[in-house]
Design a protein around this ligand. Structure first.
Ligand code: FES
Length: 110
């Protein structure tokens, strides 16, 4: 299996069920960008370095995600609209274990 199904709710509250490849070394932020689920320039601003929080999302399914790195923890401690289930999308890599993942994009920080 090389594709997984994930559900992404965009910032307008619209649910998208998409197929994400697990064999292209993509992270969730890149998947959102490739499906154009957030306007260009509002997500992935730091290029996936855990330095901007533009890719913040809320994880609504019970998947066992890898622990946050110190960089991700630090960035989320400074970001707005952070909830207990907040993660940085660029730090979530697409693996088969994430089949059925449900996430919601956090509001844009302005
Ligand atoms: S893209 Fe900047 S923190 Fe994820």
């Amino acid at each position: 299996m090389s594709d997984i199904k994930i559900k992404i709710t965009d910032r307008d509250g619209v649910l998208h069920e998409i197929d994400a490849p697990t064999d292209m070394n993509m992270n969730l932020m890149e998947v959102v960008r490739s499906y154009e689920l957030a306007p260009e320039g509002t997500i992935g601003i730091c290029g996936g370095m855990a330095m901007c929080a533009s890719c913040q999302c809320y994880v609504n399914s019970g998947h066992d995600l890898p622990e946050k790195s110190d960089d991700e923890e630090a960035m989320l401690s400074e970001a707005f609209n952070v909830e207990d289930n907040s993660r940085l999308g660029c730090q979530i890599h697409m693996t088969e274990a994430l089949d059925g993942l449900e996430v919601e994009l956090a509001p844009e920080e302005i």
